[in-house]
Design a protein around this ligand. Structure first.
Ligand SMILES: [Zn+2]
Ligand SMILES: [Zn+2]
Length: 390
């Protein structure tokens, strides 16, 4: 019945007389079904449940709250039997083997849930992909945007602070794994070899760095996660975003104060370099509201992407990981936000426009350094969009 109504609505459009009538009929039909559902359940008894899909889940009652963080129906779904709860979860994520047995979500019946959710998918080298993996107590999920630590050697300037934090002394420190640069490996190799000759240079992880400003961290979109089949090392794979000052642009160009640009620099990063979650939103959704739980200082707008050289700006056609705007996952603003580009990282400076300026003024120095940083960063990481996962 529902598909008949849906077809009519699709063929004639919801605004048409026929489509409108189909919509009204569908509503009445589903309301009648849910009205008699309780009665039918009594008649059938506990051993004979109503057929799956008998009750059309309407937008207001269908709440998908799973440990994977995805608010989409996928595969077998199980509903929580908790009083006044009734959220839906993925049977696979919750590891429900018997879908007929009563199920309770992780809120109603707090129990040990394994938040590392394996996928039936493997890298070319046979490492298993995951929907989400744990970095300590932080769950990193496919599609998340996160802050990632850059390569910072442990030295006097950046000492290992993990010993000072009493709470962390007994947790074993994860070995820092060398970042995998997916291309230009030939170039990077000699550098790595040199480092290894002088003894291993220890680099910081989330456990050793201590407090660090987010401006010092890279913004990264997690597209895939996997665990090494032998060493069990966890990796996140995805692409970077660049902040305005990390791109090459005309000095007059203006940005949103929290704008970032998608850049096709793909990298596999040890999960120990993931610091915390942040939120990168398309402009339209950004003006509409915020994902539940997002903290404003870690929310960014992405409307543009740049090429690998960070010079050519184009509009992102459609966000690859759209943010769920269902009411239970998204706080909609009462009034739509107005965002304007007023931020100019560089004031117009003729000196900057010269290819090789003389000694820069103090204010200029910063800017030039940051661009150099970008260049340095881009060179070893530059990887084409199409490159394969190791
Ligand atoms: Zn799930
Ligand atoms: Zn529940």
């Amino acid at each position: 019945m529902n598909s008949v109504f849906n077809t009519v609505m699709r063929e004639h459009g919801r605004q048409s007389v026929l489509g409108g009538a189909a919509m009204a009929l569908k509503k009445a039909y589903n309301a009648a079904k849910s009205d008699c559902a309780e009665h039918l359940t009594k008649i059938l008894g506990p051993d004979d449940p109503l057929p799956a899909g008998f009750l059309q889940k309407t937008k207001s009652e269908e709440v998908i709250m799973c440990i994977c963080g995805l608010h989409v129906e996928e595969g077998l779904m199980v509903q929580c039997g908790g009083a006044k709860c009734g959220v839906w979860q993925h049977a696979r994520c919750m590891r429900v083997a018997d879908t007929r047995a009563p199920h309770y979500c992780h809120h109603c019946r707090p129990h040990q849930v394994d938040r590392e959710i394996p996928l039936d998918d493997y890298t070319e080298d046979g490492h298993q992909f995951y929907l989400s993996l744990m970095r300590g107590d932080l769950q990193v999920r496919q599609g998340d945007t996160v802050y990632v630590l850059r390569d910072i050697p442990i030295d006097d300037k950046h000492p290992d602070v993990s010993q000072k934090n009493g709470d962390k002394t007994d947790s074993p420190k994860t070995k820092r794994i060398e970042r995998k640069k997916l291309k230009n490996i030939g170039k990077g190799k000699s550098e790595d070899a040199a480092q290894n000759k002088d003894g291993e240079v220890r680099k910081h992880t989330y456990q050793t760095i201590g407090e660090i400003a987010v401006s010092e961290l890279d913004i990264f979109r997690v597209e895939r996660l996997w665990k090494h089949k032998q060493t069990q090392e966890r990796y996140v794979y995805g692409h970077h975003y660049l902040r305005p000052h990390e791109t090459f642009h005309e000095p007059t160009r203006k940005f949103f104060h929290n704008e970032v640009m998608r850049v096709p620099l793909y990298e596999a990063v040890p999960i120990e370099l993931v610091m915390s979650q942040c939120w990168v939103m398309d402009l339209n959704t950004y003006c509409k509201g915020r994902p539940v739980g997002a903290s404003e200082q870690h929310v960014y707008i992405c409307e543009l992407r740049v090429d690998r050289t960070a010079r050519l700006f184009t509009k992102v056609s459609r966000p690859k990981y759209p943010i769920c705007t269902k009411p239970y996952a998204f706080d909609t603003f009462p009034h739509r936000l107005k965002a304007t580009r007023t931020y100019a990282p560089h004031e117009v400076s003729p000196e900057y426009l010269k290819p090789r300026g003389k000694s820069a003024a103090p204010a200029e120095k910063n800017k030039i350094t940051s661009n150099k940083d970008t260049k340095k960063k881009i060179t070893p990481l530059a990887v084409a969009d199409s490159s394969k996962v190791n």
